[in-house]
Write a protein that binds this ligand. Structure first.
Ligand SMILES: NC(=O)c1ccc[n+]([C@@H]2O[C@H](COP(=O)([O-])OP(=O)(O)OC[C@H]3O[C@@H](n4cnc5c(N)ncnc54)[C@H](OP(=O)(O)O)[C@@H]3O)[C@@H](O)[C@H]2O)c1
Length: 318
């Protein structure tokens, strides 16, 4: 396994991070708790030392499952990343970045994760109203209390980044956010220059989500793929599995399969490797539902892609 030190931290994270979305067993198809717990243990035994979750994944279940399993290891050997800012109440979902909510959310996450501190606490989404200065103040307070060690950003739009930069300039502060979490994969490269720019200029490490395009890049799906309504990929907004985008993704998959065959590996490993090689200061978050899946993703740390393969992949995914 390869590791990187997240910028401006002492957190040395595995470049393959266990993604906690499917752990919640809600909206991503069928999962089994015992198998998930086994998969988390196997991930750690194979070098994955960091897991990413959110208070909303499985309406809290992802954090609980992670907390229960991680208690089998020394706490200081594991890096726990979670998120706040999305609330689900009475079946309604809305964003909330207010200090009042952050205080409540962190206490609930600590309890569910069964831990005294969160290593990386990320804003899941901005709420469109709470000023960034207010959020930073609250997060710094949580740091002082020892609830969290570092904080990071996720899904930040251009204007929200401008607001942050303006705030930093006015207050003469260094950027206190250490990571930037965003969707990126061979199926989603349209934000590539935006991400490059942020990582270079704003001194943050990149954490990519949807690194396997929600599963399409693994090579196991085709044009006949059908998800039942309990799996959110059945909905058209999950564009990777619908219409022209699905066709385009399957062209990428054909190339992944060819390269994987030459390297004696899998499309999954090649797809993840592409991210790690393209963004040197990054780690790929990868969702998993069982031990074989996380082990399959870990294979990416054992292969190399030469410039020729990288160019072929860039060409087919443009
Ligand atoms: N910040 C945000 O807003 C945000 C948003 C989304 C995700 N995330 C984070 O990023 C993580 C990764 O994203 P993601 O989970 O949405 O998607 P992903 O990693 O692109 O895809 C994960 C899915 O691919 C399939 N899979 C994984 N490994 C496989 C393997 N070796 N062989 C075959 N199939 C495999 C599994 O689903 P099937 O078996 O059902 O195909 C799995 O659920 C999340 O878990 C979460 O921690 C963050």
């Amino acid at each position: 396994m390869e590791y990187i030190k997240l910028k401006n931290t002492d957190l040395q994270v595995s470049r393959i991070i266990g993604g906690g979305c499917p752990l919640g067993g809600h909206g991503w198809g069928v999962t089994q708790d015992e198998e998930l717990k086994k998969a988390i243990k196997i991930a750690v035994e194979n070098g994955v030392n960091c897991f990413d979750t959110a208070d909303t994944y499985g309406l809290g279940k992802s954090e609980i499952l992670l907390g229960e399993t991680i208690s089998n290891f020394k706490r200081e050997d594991i890096i726990l990343a979670t998120k706040f800012g999305v609330r689900v109440e009475n079946g309604k979902t809305f964003y909330d970045n207010t200090s009042e909510w952050i205080e409540k959310a962190v206490v609930k996450s600590l309890k569910r994760l069964n831990t005294e501190y969160i290593d990386l606490y990320q804003i899941h989404y901005r709420d469109g109203k709470t000023p960034i200065g207010e959020i930073v103040k609250k997060l710094e307070e949580l740091k002082k209390k020892g609830y969290i060690r570092y904080f990071g950003l996720s899904n930040i739009k251009k204007d929200e980044l401008e607001e942050l930069n303006k705030y930093l300039k006015e207050t003469n502060k260094k950027n206190p956010f250490v990571t930037f979490q965003e969707e990126y994969s061979l199926a989603h490269r349209n934000n590539e220059s935006y991400l490059k720019n942020i990582i270079e200029k704003c001194e943050m490490s990149l954490l990519t989500w949807g690194s396997l395009g929600q599963g399409i890049l693994t090579g196991k799906y085709d044009l006949k793929t059908h998800f039942d309504s309990s799996d959110r990929r059945s909905r058209e907004i999950y564009i990777n599995f619908h219409g022209d985008k699905l066709k385009k993704n399957l062209e990428i998959v054909e190339v992944l399969k060819e390269i994987a065959k030459n390297l004696n590996t899998t499309p999954t490993a090649v797809a993840i490797r592409f991210i790690l090689d393209y963004f040197k200061d990054s780690a790929a978050l990868v969702g998993f539902k069982n031990s074989n899946q996380i082990l399959g993703s870990i294979e990416a740390s054992k292969i190399k892609l030469d410039a020729n393969y990288l160019n072929i992949l860039k060409e087919v995914s443009k």
